[in-house]
Design a protein around this ligand. Structure first.
Ligand code: IMP
Ligand code: MG
Length: 177
C-alpha cells in the first residue's frame, strides 16, 4: 500500500491493537482508582489511541488535549515547540500523558518537565508504541501497548507527512530489495 511516495506493509492489525488497549486500560483502571486522573493527550498523533483507551476507562477521569510539534518526514528533528492548549491546572492532579509513540522519547520528556512545574501529584505516561532501541535511558514509559523495532510506522493516528492517520491498522515502511 502506498502513502504518497512510500510503500508500506501491514504490521499490527486492528484486532491486535484493540485487544492490547483493552488490557492496558484494565491496568490503568486498577492503578488509578480513587486518583481522579487527568488524561492529557498529545495531538495530533494520539487522538485515535486516546479515544479507544479512554472509552475503556471506567473510573472517574478527565481528558484534555494539548499540542506539541516536533517531527517532520521520517526522522525525528529533536526540536520541540511549546505546549499549546493546556486549559486547566494540573496542580495536585495525577496526570496521564497519552501519546501515539515514544521514538526518542524526547517529546514526552519535555512535556513532562513542563507539566511538573505546576506541581501535579504524579505524571504517568502511556503510548501505543515504543521504539526501545531509540528511547533515551532517562525516559520511562509507564504503560505501553507495543514495543517495536526502529521502523517507520503509519496508521491508527500516526502519519507520514500528514497522511495515513485514518488507517485502522498499523503499517510499516516496506524496505525494498
Ligand atoms: P520522539 O520525541 O522522538 O519520541 O518522537 C515523538 C513523535 O514523533 C511522536 O509523537 C510521533 O508523532 C512522531 N513519530 C515518531 N516515530 C514515528 C513513526 O514511526 N511514524 C510516525 N510518527 C512518528
Ligand atoms: Mg506525536
Amino acid at each position: 500500500m502506498f502513502i504518497r511516495d512510500k510503500e508500506f506493509e501491514l504490521y499490527l492489525s486492528e484486532e491486535i491493537i484493540q485487544q492490547k488497549i483493552n488490557s492496558v486500560a484494565g491496568l490503568l483502571n486498577q492503578q488509578l482508582k480513587g486518583k481522579d486522573p487527568l488524561f492529557l493527550v498529545l495531538l495530533n498523533g494520539a487522538f485515535m489511541y486516546a479515544a479507544d483507551l479512554f472509552k475503556r476507562i471506567d473510573i472517574p477521569a478527565e481528558i484534555s488535549f494539548v499540542k506539541v510539534s516536533s517531527y517532520h518526514g521520517t526522522s525525528s528533528t529533536g526540536k520541540i515547540s511549546d505546549l499549546i492548549g493546556l486549559d486547566r491546572s494540573v496542580n495536585g492532579r495525577t496526570v496521564v500523558l497519552v501519546d501515539d509513540i515514544a521514538d526518542t522519547g524526547l517529546t514526552l520528556m519535555h512535556v513532562r518537565e513542563m507539566i511538573l512545574q505546576d506541581n501535579p501529584v504524579d505524571v504517568l505516561t502511556t503510548t501505543l508504541l515504543v521504539k526501545h532501541n531509540k528511547l533515551q535511558n532517562r525516559i520511562k514509559i509507564d504503560f505501553e501497548c507495543f514495543s517495536i523495532p526502529d521502523d517507520f510506522v503509519v496508521g491508527y493516528g500516526l502519519d507520514y507527512d500528514g497522511y495515513g492517520r485514518n488507517l485502522k491498522d498499523i503499517y510499516k515502511l516496506k524496505i525494498s530489495g
